[in-house]
Design a protein around this ligand. Structure first.
Ligand code: IVH
Length: 665
C-alpha cells in the first residue's frame, strides 16, 4: 500500500471507529490505538497536501484558523413548533389532525432536546455545511466547529443516501460536561453558563474550533429534508439515517392511538431525569410526509407537529426573609430564605432572587407562598407567588439602599440590573474575597493560606489587603486561635516563596475585573512589565490579540485608582515579580511593530501557538481573518482555500514559514 492509499484506508477506518465510539457507544479499539491511527494520518496528510479533504477525520480536532461566521440563507426555513402544556391540549391537537385528514394516521413521538438547533447539508455522502437556526431564514455557517463533534458523521456509510439532503437536529452539551465546564470557569473567575443550552450555543459560536473540540458536544438528529428521501414516513427516514451513521435517539417511537401518545408522555416525564442530556418536552409529528404536506403550515409553525412541554419541577413554600450577599466585585445579590422543601431530590432552603427587578415583578411580601423551580439552572429560582394564599399581608420586600455589610449607599449603573457596593477597599466581603483570589492556586498558589486562614487573619485585623500579607511576622500569629507555631511558620515561608511567581500570574492575582489567567498572560507578554502596562492607552491595549474594549477599559480603570497604584507599589517593594523573566524578554524586538498578521495552515519549525507568541514578542498583532488591513499571511502547508482566495483578491502578501523566520533573524 502506498502512502496515498494508506491515507484513504486510515480515513475509512477512523470514520468507522468514530461511529462505533460516539454513535453506537461500543468501541472496538482502545483510545491509545485510535490516537496512533489519527497521528499516523495527520503526518501523512502533512506530507501530502494535495490529498486535502474537507471531511478528513483529522479535522475533528479543530483548528484555530478562525473566520467570523458568514450568514447563509436556509434552503428551507427553520420553523418553530406550537407549544402545549397539558394532555388536553395534546388531545385537541390529535382531534384536529384527525378531522383535517379524515383518514388513518400515525404519530411519531420524540424527545424535545434542549440545545442549539442545527441544519446539516450533505452532498454525495459528505458533510458540506452546518448552519445555526439564526432567525429561521438565515443562520451562521459554523461548519468548522460542527466538524469537531464526533457523533456527527463527516462521511456517510453505505450508498443508499440521497445525493443531496439536509438533516436537522440539536447540538447538546451533556450534563456531565456542562458541570465540569462550569467548575473550571468558576475557578478561572469566568462567568458561569446558566444551563447546558446556553453552554452549547456559546460553544458553537466560539471562533477557535480547537476550543470547541475540547468541549465535547454531542448531537441528536430528528428531521430530514430533501427532494429524494428514502421513505414516505418520517420515522422510516430517521431509521435510514441511523444506518448512514447519524445519531438518532433510541427513544423515538411511532404511535397509533392517543393513548399510546399519552403513555409515551407519562413515561418520559419521569425517565427523562435519567438522561445524560437536557430535554424540555416531547415533540409529536404526523408520520406520513404526504399527510404532513396536506396539513401544511401556519405562519410560524407546521400544523402537522406540536411540542408538549414538561412541567418544570416546581414546589410551593413560604418566604421567610430576604438576605443580601456581597460578591468580590461588589455585586449585591438578594437571596430568598425559605421553609425547607424537597425539590427534584434535594432539600431547598434558599433561592436566588437575582436582582431588584424580580422582587418588583412578583411584588413579594414576607410570608408569601412562592413557587420555586429548578430548571436547567443550578440554583433554584422563584417563579411566581400564590396570591390566593395571601390572607395576611406581611411586609413588602424592598431592595436595600445601602450595603448590608458596610452601609455604603448602593449604586446601580444605567441599564444594568445589578446593584453594586462601590466601597471596594473598605467593604469586608469584597476585601476578603480579593485576598482569597490572590492566594488561590491559579493565582499566587499560596497553598498554606486557604479561605479559613484568610478569614481568620482578616477578622483579627492582621490583613486588610493583599499587600498586608507580606508584612506578616511570626509574632503576629501568636494570639490567633487554631493556628499553631508550625502553621504560622509555613504561612510565612509560603509567602516568601511566592516572590518567585512569574509576572503573568501576579497580574492575574491582582483580580482586575475581566482579567482572567489567559488575558493576564497575553497582557504580560505584550507589555513586558507593569509600568508599560500602566502607561498603555486603550488603543495600545486593544491592539493585543483577544483584548477588546471591555477588558481594556477595565484595566485602565483599575490603574486609575490611587489605592490600586499604592497596592502595586507595596507589592513591588515586597519583592514580587512585576516584569517578565529575562529569557522571555531577551527575544523581544520591534521588527513586526504595527503589523497585523494572519496565521494559516500547518507548520514545520514551530507550532501555531509558538508562532503566535513569536509574533507578539516581536511587536506584531495576531488577527484571525484576512482583510485589507492585514499586513501579510504567515502560511504553512494546507492553508485554507478561502483564505488564499481572499488574500489574492485583496492583494495581501502570503509569506512562507522560511521567509518569515528569515525576516526575524
Ligand atoms: S422538529 C418544523 N424535533 O425545538 C419542525 N424539533 O420549537 C422542526 N427541538 O427549533 C423541528 N427536539 O431546535 C423537532 N425532536 C425534535 C426536537 C426539536 C428539539 C427543537 C428545535 C426547534 C424547536 C421547535
Amino acid at each position: 500500500m502506498n502512502e496515498v492509499e494508506r491515507i484513504l484506508e486510515l480515513r475509512r477506518q477512523l470514520h468507522e471507529h468514530n461511529h462505533n465510539y460516539y454513535v453506537l457507544s461500543s468501541p472496538t479499539i482502545s483510545d491509545f490505538e485510535f490516537d496512533a491511527l489519527l497521528r499516523e494520518l495527520q503526518s501523512l496528510e502533512e506530507a501530502h497536501p494535495e490529498m486535502y479533504d474537507a471531511t478528513s477525520p483529522t479535522l475533528r480536532v479543530g483548528s484555530d484558523i478562525s473566520k467570523g461566521f458568514t450568514q447563509v440563507p436556509h434552503k428551507y426555513p427553520m420553523l418553530s413548533l406550537g407549544n402545549t402544556y397539558s394532555k388536553s391540549e395534546v388531545a385537541d391537537f390529535y382531534e384536529r389532525v384527525k378531522r383535517l385528514l379524515n383518514d388513518d394516521f400515525e404519530i411519531c413521538c420524540e424527545l424535545k432536546f434542549d440545545g442549539s438547533s442545527i441544519s446539516l447539508t450533505y452532498k454525495d455522502g459528505k458533510l458540506v455545511q452546518a448552519v445555526t437556526r439564526g432567525d429561521g431564514e438565515k443562520g451562521d455557517d459554523v461548519t468548522a466547529n460542527v466538524k469537531t463533534i464526533r457523533s456527527i458523521p463527516l462521511v456517510l456509510k453505505g450508498d443508499s443516501y440521497p445525493r443531496e439532503f439536509e438533516i436537522r437536529g440539536e447540538i447538546l452539551m451533556p450534563w456531565a460536561v456542562f458541570e465540569e465546564l462550569n467548575q473550571s470557569r468558576e475557578k478561572q473567575g469566568e462567568p458561569l453558563f446558566a444551563n447546558p443550552r446556553n453552554a452549547a450555543s456559546g460553544t458553537l459560536k466560539l471562533m477557535d474550533s480547537s476550543e470547541v473540540a475540547k468541549r465535547k458536544l454531542d448531537a441528536y438528529l430528528y428531521y430530514m429534508l430533501g427532494e429524494e428521501l428514502p421513505a414516505e414516513g418520517h420515522y422510516e427516514n430517521l431509521m435510514a439515517a441511523r444506518e448512514w451513521g447519524f445519531k438518532i435517539s433510541e427513544t423515538t417511537r411511532k404511535c397509533h392511538t392517543l393513548d399510546e401518545v399519552f403513555a409515551f408522555i407519562d413515561h418520559f416525564d419521569q425517565a427523562r431525569k435519567e438522561l445524560p442530556v437536557a430535554t424540555d418536552g416531547i415533540v409529536l409529528k404526523v408520520n406520513s410526509l404526504r399527510q404532513q404536506k396536506n396539513l401544511g403550515y401556519t405562519a410560524k409553525s407546521p400544523r402537522w407537529a406540536i411540542a408538549y412541554k414538561f412541567q418544570a419541577e416546581r414546589a410551593l413554600t413560604r418566604l421567610n426573609e430576604v438576605t443580601y450577599q456581597v460578591g468580590r466585585t461588589g455585586v449585591v445579590t438578594p437571596v430568598a430564605n425559605l421553609d425547607p422543601i424537597l425539590l427534584s431530590g434535594t432539600i431547598v432552603k434558599r433561592a436566588s432572587l437575582h436582582n431588584a427587578d424580580i422582587i418588583e415583578k412578583y411584588d413579594l411580601h414576607i410570608g408569601d407562598m412562592v413557587y420555586i423551580e429548578k430548571g436547567g439552572e443550578i440554583i433554584p429560582k422563584i417563579t411566581g407567588v400564590d396570591t390566593d394564599a395571601r390572607f395576611m399581608l406581611g411586609d413588602k420586600v424592598r431592595f436595600i439602599t445601602n450595603c448590608p455589610v458596610c452601609g455604603t449607599p448602593l449604586v446601580r449603573a444605567e441599564g444594568e440590573a445589578a446593584h453594586y457596593c462601590p466601597n471596594e477597599f473598605g467593604c469586608a466581603p469584597q476585601m476578603r474575597t480579593k485576598i482569597e483570589h490572590f492566594v488561590s492556586r491559579e493565582a499566587m498558589n499560596i497553598e498554606t493560606i486557604g479561605p479559613e486562614t484568610v478569614e481568620l487573619l482578616f477578622n483579627y485585623g492582621l490583613i486588610k489587603n493583599v499587600a498586608d500579607l507580606y508584612s506578616l511576622q511570626m509574632e503576629d500569629f501568636m494570639f490567633l486561635p487554631r493556628l499553631g507555631a508550625k502553621s504560622a511558620e509555613n504561612v510565612v515561608a509560603a509567602l516568601a516563596q511566592s516572590r518567585q511567581v512569574p509576572f503573568e500570574r501576579v497580574l492575574f492575582a491582582l483580580g482586575i475585573r475581566y482579567v482572567g489567567a489567559t488575558v493576564a498572560k497575553r497582557l504580560a507578554r505584550a507589555f513586558g512589565d507593569i509600568d508599560s502596562l500602566i502607561a498603555a492607552t486603550i488603543p495600545q491595549l486593544t491592539a493585543v490579540d483577544e483584548i477588546g474594549e471591555r477588558i481594556a477599559t477595565s484595566v485602565k480603570a483599575y490603574f486609575e485608582k490611587p489605592a490600586n497604584m499604592e497596592l502595586v507599589a507595596r507589592l513591588r517593594e515586597a519583592g514580587l515579580k512585576f516584569r517578565l523573566e529575562e529569557e522571555v524578554t531577551s527575544n523581544r524586538t520591534d521588527i513586526l511593530a504595527g503589523k497585523s498578521i494572519v496565521i494559516s495552515g500547518v507548520f514545520t519549525h514551530h507550532s501555531r501557538d509558538e508562532y503566535k507568541e513569536i509574533i507578539e514578542q516581536n511587536g506584531g498583532k495576531n488577527v484571525s481573518s484576512v482583510s485589507k488591513s492585514t499586513s501579510f499571511i504567515l502560511a504553512g502547508e494546507n492553508m485554507g482555500p478561502s483564505k488564499l482566495e481572499k488574500a489574492q483578491k485583496l492583494n495581501v502578501k502570503v509569506m512562507s514559514e522560511d521567509e518569515f523566520l528569515a525576516l526575524l533573524s
